[in-house]
Design a protein around this ligand. Structure first.
Ligand SMILES: C[S@@+](CC[C@H](N)C(=O)[O-])C[C@H]1O[C@@H](n2cnc3c(N)ncnc32)[C@H](O)[C@@H]1O
Length: 345
């Protein structure tokens, strides 16, 4: 794990935590594990043969991703949990980990899942160009697939939606708009905001648990109204920051690691920090995502998936005031769900 970084224990970002926390239902039929192991072995064997015989990497990974998605859906969660490590230690990983995005996610050099540099591979940022150009030809071909997978398209759309919401909210209060990004990572939506460039944001607090990401934001946004801040879900819920009130608060790439009880506590806290007319937005990967099996196995990147209904439940459990307006909607490929809670004027 990266030095200096103490995880707050509220988000399940350490490898394996999400699977341990997943809800358990009745025990699986023991015969299903035998079937699942056999199906997995066959599918991975086909992939290895395809790699060895020079089949187009795109076609290999697409077939494998779909097979893993179907298995994750069809088998009992405990059966799925039992076959994940089998996939991870299979020799086909040697091919898949030539993709710098898959490898970074699997190896977790920062010690936890979903760090901001991983997101930079998805955003296709200049900062990761060296890692891509030093990958093998096969690795670059696989990256061409993973960076354009449905999940990656949804993450880039999420970044664009955030920048757009900041601009819409700022256009109503030019010069006075106060924004808080929780789990901000590298704040890649910042440069896309016209309001930030035009000086229409009075402060944009970017809070994250990872001092390396906080340092990157402080450096990249020096001279703007962005304030990089080290802080965690725990310190925020515990009221350890005197942050004041905001027009717009948002969390993207965070609720996917928060169990329901923590998600409700954080949502309550965020709603309490909204000015009249202010909005809190949180996003979460949805059960409709079709790359979940590949992410959990070869990327070792497990997420707590939430449906529109489950997002609405978090909002209703958190927002006790009757006059709060809640809206829930899905992104264009339905891989990510959004929930917005607005305080009346
Ligand atoms: C998937 S990244 C998302 C970054 C950014 N919001 C984006 O959309 O590009 C997740 C971020 O959440 C941060 N994070 C995870 N758990 C956290 C916690 N408990 N408190 C504060 N930040 C946390 C990580 O450090 C990481 O920067």
């Amino acid at each position: 794990m990266a030095q200096n970084l103490v995880l707050d224990g509220e988000s399940l970002v350490a490898p394996g935590e999400i699977r341990r926390a997943a809800r358990r239902v009745a025990a699986p039929d023991p015969g299903h594990l035998v079937v699942a192991r056999a199906e997995l072995a066959l599918s991975l064997e086909v992939s290895i043969r395809q790699f060895k015989s020079g089949v187009e990497p795109n076609a290999i990974i697409e077939r494998l991703t779909d097979a893993l998605h179907q298995m994750r859906r069809r088998f009992h969660p405990e059966v799925w949990d039992a076959i994940v490590p089998i996939a991870q230690s299979h020799p086909v990983a040697h091919y898949l980990h030539q993709d710098p995005l898959t490898r970074w996610s699997f190896e977790k050099p920062r010690g936890y899942s979903g760090d901001a540099r991983l997101l930079d591979f998805i955003y296709g940022r200049p900062e990761i160009e060296d890692a891509v150009s030093s990958a093998s030809n096969l690795g670059r071909s696989i990256y061409a697939y993973t960076r354009n997978a449905s999940s990656s398209l949804a993450v880039r759309e999420r970044r664009d939606i955030l920048a757009r919401r900041v601009d819409e909210i700022a256009s109503a209060r030019p010069g006075f708009t106060e924004v808080l990004a929780i789990a901000a990572g590298h704040l890649r939506e910042g440069p896309l905001s016209r309001a930030l460039g035009a000086g229409a944001i009075s402060r944009w607090v970017a809070l994250d648990q990872d001092p390396m990401s906080v340092g990157t934001v402080a450096r990249d946004f020096a001279g703007t109204s962005v304030q990089a801040m080290n802080g965690s879900v725990k310190s925020l819920i515990g009221g350890r920051h005197a942050l004041g009130m905001f027009d717009f608060i948002y969390a993207a790439g965070l609720y996917d690691y928060l169990p329901d009880a923590v998600a409700v506590k954080l949502t309550k806290k965020c709603v309490s920090m909204l000015k009249p007319g202010g909005t809190f937005l949180f996003a979460n990967f949805s059960p409709e995502t079709d790359v979940d099996g590949y992410m959990e196995t070869f990327m070792n990147w497990a997420l707590l998936l939430r449906s529109e209904r489950e997002m609405g439940l978090i909002a209703s459990e958190s927002a006790s005031e009757a006059d709060l307006k809640v809206s829930v909607w899905s992104g264009s490929n339905r891989s990510i769900v959004y929930c917005e809670i607005q305080r009346p004027q």
